[in-house]
Write a protein that binds this ligand. Structure first.
Ligand code: LLP
Length: 402
């Protein structure tokens, strides 16, 4: 079975502690070798498919260059992501832009480059035609089938995304009037679990049918969404089983299968290092204050997401375990990274590591409460290098014109 995972326990505590001392906290650590391994795992599970990285999971230059080197293409959701992919060295023919209700400025930018544009509305085809665009097009279909780890990341049933399945053939005909129709696309949502592949199977079947109806296509993209185990006891996704189910559900077609995972590529390649600054006893629960919060990693606040947490203190094994709440410094009730979490008794100054932080971690960070964004450190072999510098207080006002 392919699909091994790197758990938080597999990271070298001493090395992470040294990185926290050298670069400060909060800091994201991104292991580029692990990204390379994940790309290889995907390519061997889907040897016949076209695999693109959904760059929204992690757009740091270090990650993008690694993915490019590993042979994946780039799937971009915004002009900014296309800009970053081009800067990282992706040739235009390896970039796809998936237009979600695209702002005019996005279309102005992406039509200047020779990339494939995936449209999710007939209206977008009109906008492209008005610009004189006659390049490579794909049609995004709303498959009417959703999946995901949380309602907030289930896209397949949201009217916002894609053209209704019933109107897909008509949309493909219209696309052929505007440019060169090369593919069809659908994405059910984020966090496909191995236990229940039925939604994924149903989506792929629908896309196989549509590919046969439309005919003469280069690719059928069935999206990303391959889940990773965030909980320590969660089994890894059996990617070979997903690939086999995908192949079977797609059926006979001349079009090449395409997938576009984000999370799977970078999630377990990253940890977030944070330091305990406050330990507060309360009648309800001990509260452990750390220097990372919802501005550093928003997933717990936004989706109630679970992330493994590990103390890196050298004497951790000798400490009694306590159930605590771990919270950030932001003045918001939702700024809690973990509740009812058992940890070796935290002490001020301890460095903690938060697992599976390589996808949608740094990427979704913000400056709310005027908290500068953290640093990102990239690892290759035994080397470490600053990939993104920590923001300073001066950075917070750098754009002010008043
Ligand atoms: N393709 C499309 C069209 C997408 O919208 C997405 C994710 C992907 C591919 C990649 O999905 P992945 O393989 O990474 O699951 N911020 C949320 C996830 C939002 C995903 C949005 N679209 C989170 O932190 O869980």
């Amino acid at each position: 079975m392919s699909g091994d995972v790197r758990r938080l326990a597999d990271w070298d505590a001493e090395r992470l502690r040294a990185l926290a001392d050298e670069y400060g906290t909060p800091t994201y650590v991104l292991d580029l070798d692990r990204i390379t391994e994940n790309c290889a795992t995907l390519r061997s599970a889907f040897p016949e498919a076209h695999v693109a990285f959904a760059v929204k999971a992690n757009t740091t230059r270090a990650a993008l260059e690694t993915v490019l080197e590993a042979g994946l293409d780039a799937e971009c959701a915004a002009a900014g992501e296309v800009h970053r992919a081009l800067e990282a060295g992706f040739p235009p023919e390896r970039i796809r832009y998936t237009a979600v209700l695209p702002p005019e400025a996005d279309l102005d930018f992406v039509t200047q480059h020779d990339i494939t544009i995936t449209v999710g509305a007939l209206d977008t085809l009109d906008s492209l035609e008005r610009r004189g665009f006659d390049g490579r097009l794909a049609v995004r279909v709303n498959p009417g089938i959703g999946a995901g780890h949380h309602a907030k990341v289930t896209t397949g049933t949201e009217p916002k995304f894609g053209i209704p399945y019933e109107r897909a053939v008509e949309a493909c005909e219209r696309a052929r009037e505007v440019g060169e129709l090369v593919g069809i696309h659908a994405h059910a949502g984020s966090g496909i679990s191995g236990e229940d592949l039925s939604a994924h199977r149903a989506l792929v079947e629908r896309m196989g049918d549509l590919a046969r109806d439309v005919g003469d296509l280069e690719f059928v993209d069935v999206g990303g969404g391959f889940g990773v185990p965030y909980r320590e006891d969660e089994p890894p996704l059996d990617l070979d089983a997903v690939a086999a189910a995908t192949r079977e559900a797609l059926g006979e077609t001349d079009a090449q299968l395409a997938v576009e995972p984000g999370r799977y590529v970078t999630a377990d390649a990253g940890v977030l290092l944070t330091r305990v600054n406050t330990v507060k006893e309360t009648p309800e629960t001990p509260v452990v204050g750390v220097d990372a919060g919802m501005t550093t990693l928003v997933r717990p606040a936004m989706y109630g997401a679970y992330h493994a947490i590990r103390t890196l203190a050298a004497d951790a094994d000798a400490r009694t375990v306590r159930e605590v709440e771990m919270a950030g410094p932001v003045c918001e009730t939702s700024d809690v990274l973990a509740r009812e979490r058992s940890l070796p008794d935290p002490i001020r100054g301890d460095v903690l590591a938060i697992g599976n932080a390589g996808a949608y971690g740094y990427e979704m960070s913000s400056q709310y409460n005027s908290r500068p964004r953290p640093a990102v450190v990239a690892l290759t072999g035994d080397d470490d290098r600053l990939a993104v510098r920590r923001e300073t207080l001066a950075d917070l006002t750098a754009l002010e014109q008043w």
